[in-house]
Design a protein around this ligand. Structure first.
Ligand code: ADP
Length: 206
């Protein structure tokens, strides 16, 4: 996590002299209290500082990488999932390409007649189909099938989802609910983009 010069200064100051109130920190830095509002909110949100009413800010002593990991494991995959539209395995490659463009998604999930997860197709799978002149063939010929699909549940942490994405070198995971033995209902999509958005939103909220 990159801190600004001012955030580093605040941290150092509170480490040495804390607990300090927002007013006291502002005075020492010769800036208005309101100027520090965002910095203090950011440092508190990420657990570097502890804020207590009437006492002020104190240093938590947490190491930055641990704070980031704690934060990612405290967020549930379901809270950052995006909406998902599924397709059936008899969908022609041509239509799947159109769907990918319309949905602005790099991965499509395929479900069977009962709406249970059956397969995944990525951009590369569709490119492979397209260069072999198979635009009218069903997507079933190009998808990765169960039981080889890496999934995540809504209750699992974002950290666990991110690890799966990296370990299995895929761009997205279906967020699933287990409805029977090895039967999964697809309830969302969690992609690398979902995780990047989480960081950007955290910065905006801080
Ligand atoms: P791209 O092909 O655009 O680089 P991916 O890296 O996600 O996208 O896909 C690589 C391969 O992994 C593809 O063959 C795809 O079918 C498969 N794949 C994609 N997502 C998953 C997943 N969640 N579980 C298992 N296989 C997947």
């Amino acid at each position: 996590m990159d801190l600004t010069d001012r955030q580093e200064k605040i941290l150092e100051m509170v480490k040495l002299e804390g607990p300090l109130t927002g007013e006291a920190i502002a005075k020492k830095l010769s800036v208005a209290r309101t100027t520090l509002r965002l910095d203090l909110a950011f440092l508190t949100k990420f657990g570097l500082l502890n804020a207590k009413t009437r006492v002020g800010y104190s240093y938590t002593g947490k190491k930055q990488p641990h704070i980031l990991l704690d934060w990612l494991s405290s967020i549930q995959a379901g809270s950052i999932q995006s909406r998902v539209n599924t397709i059936k395995e008899d969908c022609p490659v041509r239509e799947a390409i159109v769907r990918m463009v319309m949905d602005d998604a790099g991965t499509l999930f395929i479900v069977d007649e009962e709406n249970y997860l059956e397969g995944v197709v990525s951009r590369k799978d569709l490119l492979r189909a397209a260069i072999s002149n198979s635009l009218d063939l069903p997507i079933a010929l190009y998808m990765t099938r169960m039981p080889n699909i890496i999934t995540v549940t809504a209750k699992e942490s974002v950290l666990s989802a991110a690890r799966k994405i990296i370990d299995h070198q895929v761009d997205a995971l279906p967020v699933v609910r287990e409805v029977g033995e090895k039967k999964y209902e697809v309830i969302g999509r969690l992609s690398k983009t979902s995780i990047v958005k989480l960081f950007i939103n955290a910065e905006l909220e801080a």
